[in-house]
Design a protein around this ligand. Sequence first.
Ligand SMILES: NC(=O)c1ccc[n+]([C@@H]2O[C@H](COP(=O)([O-])OP(=O)(O)OC[C@H]3O[C@@H](n4cnc5c(N)ncnc54)[C@H](OP(=O)(O)O)[C@@H]3O)[C@@H](O)[C@H]2O)c1
Length: 329
Amino acid sequence: MKAIAYDRYGPPSTIRLRDLDRPTVGDHEVLVRVRAAGVDPGVLIFLTGRPYLVRLAAGLRRPRVPVLGRDVAGVVTEVGARVTRLRPGDEVYGTSLRGSYAEFTATHERRLAAKPTNLTFAQAAAVPISGMTALRAVRDTGQVRPGHRVLVIGAAGGVGSQAVQIAKAYGASVTGVCNPTAIDAVRALGADEVLDYTREEIDRDGPVYDVVIDTGGNRPLSLLRRALAPRGTLALVGGDWTRGAVLGGYGRQVLGAPLLSTVVGHRLRAVSARERVEDLEALRDLIESGALTPPIERSYPLAETADALRHFTDGHPIGKIVITVDAPG
Ligand SMILES: NC(=O)c1ccc[n+]([C@@H]2O[C@H](COP(=O)([O-])OP(=O)(O)OC[C@H]3O[C@@H](n4cnc5c(N)ncnc54)[C@H](OP(=O)(O)O)[C@@H]3O)[C@@H](O)[C@H]2O)c1
């Protein structure tokens, strides 16, 4: 099968389109014919091996998994001996730890759910990691309720664009923060108000937000707290991963917020997505009800994955970048 492979950490030019053997399936795994795969910062982190912390999971000296990519949408073609939920022919979406930028990937059945019927494969591949993270931030960490005022920083990004829509579905009044080129798009997602981060700061209106969801990852905790209502919740999703070789910008999450939270009235919480079927199913309900549609900036064929990754890093995309895979005969 064709796959986007890498055998050392580096920039997008490191990757190669190669012929590899199809993965074999374990007892609880299924083989998926990949139709589309999403791009998110995690892919760049695994590709570059930066911040170094990621190498504890990805391989200390070189990548342990040779194929890039995690989000996937496609069709089940084979099931392992103990798989109970899925059958060949099922259209699915979810994640794979064995690389999704390939014609086939094998993944645990509990990482997949039925694809929303009203989405294309490309749209479905844009959802899993970003959507599960957005859902966690809004529903679990933020505990957003009808009437809450919610601020979403990075509202045009992969997580933010879905967090805006999910917070609206939960009955909140939403303010999105984005760059000026994305203002109309963020309004179209349903945001009631939009702040242009090149002109206005998030504490413009004082401490008014019940929940602040930060996917931008580059503001100090003190500034974020100035926008939070007394007893409000800060949901820290992002750390600017390009900042700092060891922890990236994730120091706020792993050190600052937990320590500060013990002495201030605000709830300061790091959001970590659990990749699980229940959340994919909850997202499918939101999608099929019309409350959530992942915005796609652009799709690239598998052979142009390096261009897709460069565009993701430098192009200020509005919504998601997706890799599409032609179904082999
Ligand atoms: N905790 C988890 O489990 C988890 C899961 C997924 C992602 N993440 C993290 O969450 C972060 C966001 O992920 P993503 O997929 O949404 O990335 P993304 O698609 O790159 O979105 C990030 C957004 O932040 C915006 N931004 C940058 N600087 C900003 C500023 N000063 N003010 C407001 N917005 C700003 C960017 O806008 P511009 O285009 O204008 O720069 C972009 O739209 C990343 O750090 C990622 O590693 C964490």
